[in-house]
Design a protein around this ligand. Structure first.
Ligand code: HEM
Length: 223
């Protein structure tokens, strides 16, 4: 397969989706682990120290460029693959046959991904933009990310947006985790059960932890 085929053919696009998907799955492990430090309920001290390290370490800064590149590639290829599949399916596609062969969430990866994209725009505007603006524009290296969280999650509508985002993420990961391994040819034989089981465990743990953050801050359990 040539580089051109990797980005233009159906199988090439699926491979790109699988690799970038696994990369984003690893990013979420780091993200949810660092954020979970707020559950220590120490006024955000441990979480802010970790966030400070992440935003000042040169290797993490370089990885952030890779993260955004991977994210953009995953979104663009995902939208193209969805459009291509919809066009192939045509208008007379037998819906009943589709629903017996696959789950609603596996057929809705494009819609779920688009909902996550809307959530991400709000999310980056809430946290990433103010953090970078404080550090690089306002000369304040000690940006207080926990104070920012308390500010955002004091508003009910942000709590609703975050819970809707995590709900979409749940179904996207529920299918995406094992689908990525299947595309890369790993979800076979004796590894199949392990990969399906790890995908379900990963999806539940990551999404429950993310969902608890806005809920526990809004209800003042975490302060
Ligand atoms: C309630 C859940 C979440 C909270 C409280 C939260 C909090 C944060 C915070 C504080 C930052 C800024 C870090 C910094 O100072 O740079 C951040 C960045 C980011 N978050 Fe989240 N996040 C949540 C869920 C998610 C989810 C579900 C996703 C993906 C689907 C996500 C993707 C990102 C990305 C891509 C960035 C920018 C990466 C970077 O900082 O380099 N977050 N988040």
């Amino acid at each position: 397969m040539t580089w051109k085929h990797l980005f233009t053919s159906s199988i090439g696009k699926k491979l790109v989706m699988g690799f970038t998907g696994l990369f984003l799955i690893s990013f979420l492990v780091v993200h949810v682990t660092i954020n979970s430090m707020i559950f220590l309920n120490d006024g955000g001290a441990a979480f802010n120290a970790a966030a400070h390290f992440m935003s000042h370490n040169i290797i993490v800064r370089l990885l952030e460029i890779g993260l955004f590149a991977g994210l953009i590639l995953h979104i663009v290829q995902g939208l193209m693959l969805t459009a291509q599949n919809n066009a192939k399916r045509g208008i007379g596609y037998a819906v009943s046959a589709a629903s017996t062969n696959s789950t609603w969430y596996s057929r809705s990866m494009g819609v779920l991904g688009s909902l996550i994209l809307i959530f991400l725009v709000v999310h980056l505007a809430n946290f990433w933009v103010p953090a970078r603006a404080d550090i690089y524009l306002h000369g304040d290296p000690d940006h207080d990310s926990f104070a920012e969280m308390k500010e955002v999650f004091s508003k009910w509508y942000f709590v609703v947006i975050y819970l809707a985002g995590v709900f979409s993420l749940f179904w996207h990961l529920f299918h995406g985790f094992q689908s990525a391994f299947q595309t890369l040819g790993v979800r076979v034989g004796r590894y199949k059960g392990l990969i399906v089981g790890s995908g379900i465990a990963y999806t539940f743990i990551v999404c429950i932890l993310f969902a608890l953050m806005p809920i526990l801050i809004y209800t003042h359990v975490l302060q």
